[in-house]
Design a protein around this ligand. Structure first.
Ligand code: NCD
Length: 305
């Protein structure tokens, strides 16, 4: 696999392979010295045109645990503000000798465009409302870890589905591993058409919660909302927030997930985020091992190293 641009690049066999590799990198991450020489001499650059905490640090940790050299491109302090085009920026970075580019951008399709310009491998770290494949893979790994398997499990994805690349990638990945997905949101936070999406839709969170094995909460992405899509955040929370009362409707073994950053008190109550059934920090920990698996697949597997 040369690039990872979308979940569909992998198919269910590819996802299973990533999950198997992830398990071995979880083992590496648990060692006293969590480092292997697999990508020694390789250079991984992160090119983030949009802010990020966990995804950027997670890829950096993953690259370092595989002994790759890492470089960070800080858009704020770069020549982008002198008017340099994306293509010139990318070709300049590639000319320095780069093996993989980790790309995040506010516009859908940018990582795929970059992949057409360069010889290096490109990994999509989130493009607009489109996809965030490594988040979906770490969510699959976490679900498998917590529930044993995804096949036949029922997962609710709740909140601002319309603006969420995480929702799109999660739906593709979960359903390809055999899970049933129900999206729960007010009509204004759903895409204009759900035709072709392999999901059920509900507007009744209380009715859905007792029947699911996991609930994935999405952040209200106000930076992407150009008009008022909910009457107020308070009313959103009243109907769609995972409050303490609602969390009590979940089955005994059901887990709560959130890709972060969480808005405590909006889509998830502060105390619910801290319940034992909340596996948000497991997601973050697993994210590093998943990204090690992805970097291994694009840079080392099949390359004779
Ligand atoms: C998400 C993102 O940026 O797509 N965060 C993440 O990568 N873990 C979700 C969000 O911004 O709400």
């Amino acid at each position: 696999m040369r690039h990872l641009l979308a979940v569909d690049d992998l198919g269910s066999d590819g996802i299973e392979e990533v999950l198997r590799l992830t398990a071995s990198f979880v083992e590496v991450s648990a060692r006293a010295i969590p480092k292997v020489p697999t990508l020694r001499g390789r250079t991984v650059v992160s090119l983030f045109y949009e802010e990020s905490t966990r995804t950027r640090l997670s890829f950096e940790a993953a690259a370092k645990r595989l002994s790759a050299d890492t470089m960070n491109f800080n858009v704020g302090a770069s020549s982008v503000h002198k008017g340099e085009s994306l293509r010139d920026t990318v070709l300049t970075i590639e000319a320095m000798g780069v093996d993989a580019l980790i790309v995040r951008h506010a516009s859908a399709g940018v990582p795929a465009q970059v992949a057409r310009w360069v010889q290096a491998s490109v990994v999509n770290a989130g493009d607009g409302w489109h996809e965030h494949p490594t988040q979906a893979l770490l969510d699959c790994y976490t679900l498998q870890e917590q529930l044993g398997r995804l096949d036949g499990r029922r997962v609710a994805i709740v909140g601002d589905v319309k603006h969420s690349r995480v929702a799109r990638s999660d739906i593709a990945a979960f359903t390809s591993l055999g899970a049933d997905v129900v999206v729960v949101a007010p009509p204004t936070l759903l895409p204009p058409s759900l035709a072709g999406w392999p999901v059920e839709v509900s507007h009744d969170l209380d009715g859905v919660l007792p029947k699911v094995d996991a609930v994935v909460l999405l952040r209200m992405q106000q930076e992407r909302q150009t008009e008022a899509l909910v009457p107020s955040l308070r009313e959103y929370t009243a109907s769609y927030g995972l409050t303490r009362r609602r969390a009590a409707l979940l089955g005994e073994r059901a887990v709560v997930m959130h890709p972060g950053p969480m808005n405590r008190g909006v889509e998830i109550a502060a105390e619910v985020a801290d319940l034992p059934r909340s596996v948000v920090t497991r997601q973050v920990a697993n994210g590093v091992a998943v990204r090690m698996a992805v970097l291994f697949l694009v840079l080392a597997a099949g390359a004779g190293s």
